[in-house]
Design a protein around this ligand. Structure first.
Ligand code: ACO
Length: 446
């Protein structure tokens, strides 16, 4: 490492306060007092850590819909009011005033960087952006039609084979080196996966480019001609990475924490997060949204027909990119990137009918009582899919870009978990519902 970035990670998770309130639970003649924990924004939880020893019962919560897995001081979101803050700073302010690297620093170290800290951080990330030359040969082994998320997950996991000097999870210096390596190398790993899929030569990163410029160049440049970076594309990418940088205990972040809880190294934990994000129920929604828009175009472009179909009970069709499990007011990230989306669409050559269809769909759905009543607004995936399309990013790379954006959040959560004095390996329980004890039947009698 060229320069010290920060002596140690400064963020310590806020443990929450045990209030005077308690819940009393009596079950089968045994009772237990369950303390109430209150977060810094007034959110309340029942601390059930003594439940099983006190009563013999466990809780059952499929999909963890009511289960807090941890206290965390990284991201606050309030879906009813449409609030999203990283380390206490509103997403709107961060998106307007920071670039992605500054936001990554904030998430990981807990504070906005001072100028020398930010300079050193940027410098370190530039210096780590190449991947080991032998790793390039991995790309020759993957089938040409492999999904880039499969390649990215594998190569990120394989970083632990090449960078064995930064695997000790208890050594803060080694952790910091692995954090910088990951942030620096993921755009290179991601762009190589795309170049591989289209049979073009892999383009080396350049240290004189910003993080987003560098990625665009590695994606789209070819060695035989100069590549001109479109500053609006680089800016749009900054915005998209920032709004995706963290979203508290989602599926991939919880996966990173779960894997990391066994003291698996950071590369292995992040590789697991990439795999979790790959699923269409998590990171794949923007791709699904663009595919739906393509379908509407191919079917003659009758937007109203699809809006009616989405409203029809039992049709099984939903407008992709509308509605959100948590945000029941509006998705603050969608508001931010809508402006970026409108700007890009006004600028690019509009001979792709998909963009007109996207705008028509947004207008029709937003004015429709069904969507208004149910608070179904366009979500972040609606606009991000359209922006990526406008930038010429191929569909199968959408989730890879999501992973690049989410990386600082994954890292911040992994580190927060390791710093927690109450860290334990994650090991949920279950209610067994299979066969009770059976008599073994020998093979010749089955
Ligand atoms: N199109 C049409 N109707 C919808 C839609 C939609 N996109 N989303 C919800 N509804 C309707 C439901 O049919 C239901 O109607 P009803 O009350 O008459 O039965 C009502 O709105 C509530 O829907 P739920 O499924 O209960 O809402 P939930 O919070 O469980 O689902 C979800 C949220 C999964 C995001 C949903 O809105 C959806 O499927 N949207 C499309 C997929 C999508 O865009 N996903 C990306 C989300 S953003 C992200 O993950 C980063």
């Amino acid at each position: 490492m060229s320069a010290p970035i920060a002596n140690s990670i400064r963020s310590t998770p806020w443990p929450g306060t045990h209030s005077d309130e308690q819940a009393s639970l009596s079950l089968e003649g045994r009772s237990v007092e369950l303390p109430v924990v209150v977060g810094s924004e007034g959110e309340k939880a029942l601390d059930i850590s003594r439940l099983r020893t006190g009563t013999g019962f466990i809780t059952l919560d499929e999909g963890y819909v009511n289960t807090g897995s941890t206290t965390s001081g990284i991201t606050f979101l309030n879906g009813e009011e449409g609030i999203l803050r990283y380390r206490g700073y509103p997403i709107e302010e961060l998106a307007a005033r920071c670039d992605f690297i500054e936001v990554a620093y904030l998430l990981i170290y807990g504070e906005l960087p001072k100028k020398p800290e930010l300079d050193a951080f940027r410098h370190s990330l530039s210096n780590h952006s190449m991947i080991h030359e032998d790793m390039r040969s991995f790309y020759n082994g993957f089938p040409r039609d492999a999904h880039p998320m499969a390649i990215v997950g594998s190569v990120v996991g394989a970083l632990s084979t090449f960078y064995q000097d930064s695997l000790d999870v208890r050594d803060p210096k080694q952790v910091e080196v692995s954090v910088h390596r990951l942030l620096a190398k993921l755009p290179t790993i991601a762009a190589y996966s795309y170049k591989k899929s289209i049979g073009q030569p892999l383009i080396y990163p350049r240290n004189d480019r910003s993080y987003c410029e560098n990625f665009l160049e590695m994606m789209f440049a070819v060695p035989c001609e100069e590549y001109e970076i479109d500053p609006d594309f680089a800016k749009a990418l900054e915005m998209l990475l920032i709004v995706h940088a963290d979203h508290e205990q989602n599926c991939s972040t919880s996966t990173v924490r779960m894997v990391g809880s066994s003291d698996a190294n950071l590369f292995a934990s992040i590789s697991a997060g990439v795999s979790a994000l790959w699923g269409p129920l998590h990171g794949g929604a923007n791709q699904a949204c663009v595919q739906m828009l393509e379908q509407i175009v191919a079917d003659g472009g009758d937007v109203k027909k699809y809006v009616e179909l989405a409203k029809k009970k039992g049709s099984g069709f939903r407008l992709m990119g509308f509605g959100h499990r948590v945000y029941k007011n509006y998705d603050p990230r969608a508001t931010l990137i809508k402006a970026t989306c409108d700007k890009l669409l006004a600028k690019i050559d509009r001979n792709d009918p998909l963009f007109d269809i996207a705008q028509q769909l947004e207008e029709v759905a937003r004015a429709d009582e069904y969507f208004i009543e149910r608070k179904l607004y366009p979500n972040v995936d609606f606009y991000s899919g359209v922006i990526y399309r406008a930038m010429g990013i191929p569909e199968q790379m959408f989730t890879v870009l999501f992973a690049m954006g989410r990386l600082p959040g994954w890292i911040a959560h992994w580190m927060e978990m390791h710093q927690s004095p109450t860290k334990r390996i994650c090991r949920p329980r279950q209610i067994y519902s299979g066969e009770t004890c059976r008599k073994f039947v020998p093979l010749d009698q089955r």
